[in-house]
Write a protein that binds this ligand. Structure first.
Ligand code: SAH
Length: 368
């Protein structure tokens, strides 16, 4: 067996870590910026192509470092231009990533954990349970990989990915440090140089972590509300039992405090007969009074073995109209990529299912 030390995946390092890495190699700290530009601006993962580094540095990088991306297992284009990938992060774990092109922007939806520990009843990722946190390289690696798959132009203004949202698998605020370092790289000019408004973290409402996030990066915040009262939210989003609505909304107010134009986006999945009546809409208006808010109504995306149904268009429109009449900015999210199960957790769910099915089939075949 080789006793060679494991190589450092440079995608695990934010700028500060990268500078420390080069200092440790006996190099000047500015090498960090040079290498970051190769990786993130030019999409290069071959040290020999990094022409402004000395030959000896390239050799020592080849020995001690690597630039390793998640691997594509499934690449599913949809009729409407949405593209979904299943990415392998190790021999047993895969996560999902989705790209949603629109006329004025391109949004990449990334995962932060393999599975999820939160058990929201309407979410298919929850059904798979929690497996592990993703590391920095596995999170920022999704953005690097997607840029490569979609074509990374030299001119950042022409990049297809203009927005990144943490709305794939997992609860980003329960994987705080790696998520923050990945955001460091999204915002750093030496990496993706995105504006913080164009990075959105979606959370089910881990209250203390919302306050911590605000201290480090006040990126756009989306909160999965889904119910206007604790009784219903306790059921749909069980973390509400720990951090109830009133505390959550106070944290949301603190998050945007001092920024008069900033708002928190509240996500609200439309579940027929569960949370979609006019009374629910009015209750929502009441609890959101004084909270700088935007509403995002999400048609429920069904998956196998769910007992929920998506609200009818009529009910969604009626719900939206009540909110809009009260001057709450409300957008009904378009369903995209329906033909490819683009809703979070669905593709991975299918693959897992298929594996289990073949396991079961194998078991049947092996029976005497
Ligand atoms: N854990 C984070 C981010 C992941 S999910 C969070 O809870 O916000 C991103 C959004 O999709 C969340 O608002 C989530 O509630 C919603 N969602 C999950 N399953 C869904 C489904 N089957 N149909 C529609 N939206 C769903």
């Amino acid at each position: 067996m080789s006793d060679a030390p494991l190589k450092t995946n440079l995608l695990d390092l934010n700028k500060q870590d990268m500078e420390a890495f080069f200092t440790q190699l006996g190099e000047k700290a500015f090498r960090a910026s040079q290498v970051m530009k190769w990786i993130y601006h030019h999409g290069v993962d071959d040290f020999d192509a990094m022409l402004n580094l000395s030959k000896s540095l390239r050799t020592s990088l080849k020995e001690s470092a690597e630039i390793r991306l998640p691997e594509v297992v499934v690449d599913q284009p949809s009729q409407d231009g949405t593209r979904k990938w299943l990415l392998r992060v190790d021999s047993v774990n895969s996560v999902e990533m989705v790209f949603i092109p629109e006329t004025d922007r391109g949004t990449l939806c990334i995962s932060s954990q393999v599975g999820c520990s939160l058990n929201c009843t309407f979410c298919s990722t929850a059904q798979q349970g929690f497996n592990r946190n993703l590391g920095v390289a596995e999170i920022i690696g999704q953005v690097v990989l997607a840029n490569r798959l979609l074509g990374l132009p030299e001119n950042p203004a022409k990049r297809k990915i203009t927005n990144v949202v943490f709305m794939g698998m997992g609860e980003p605020l329960l994987n705080f440090d790696p998520v923050v370092k990945a955001i460091d790289l999204m915002l750093d000019d030496m990496a993706f140089g995105m504006s913080k408004r164009r990075v959105t973290l979606s959370t089910s409402g881990v209250v203390p972590a919302i306050d911590r996030l605000r201290e480090v990066h006040d990126v756009s915040l989306a909160v999965s509300l889904h119910a206007p009262d604790d009784k219903l939210r306790d059921e749909l989003v069980p973390i509400n039992q720990k951090y109830p609505i009133a505390e959550l909304l106070e944290a949301c107010k603190r998050y945007v405090e001092g920024h008069p134009r900033r708002r928190v986006t509240f996500e609200y999945v439309m579940l027929e007969g569960i949370n979609d009546t006019p009374a629910h809409a009015r209750a929502l208006l009441k609890i959101l009074r004084g909270v700088p808010a935007k509403m995002n109504l999400i048609p429920f995306n069904p998956f196998p073995n769910t007992s929920y149904q998506c609200s009818s268009q009529e009910r969604i429109d009626r719900f939206r109209d009540i909110l809009m009449k009260a001057n709450l900015i409300t957008v009904t999210r378009k369903t995209r990529g329906d033909d490819i199960d683009a809703a979070c957790g669905q593709l991975a769910g299918k693959i897992t299912d298929r594996t289990r099915r073949s396991e079961r089939a194998a078991a049947v075949i092996q029976m005497p």
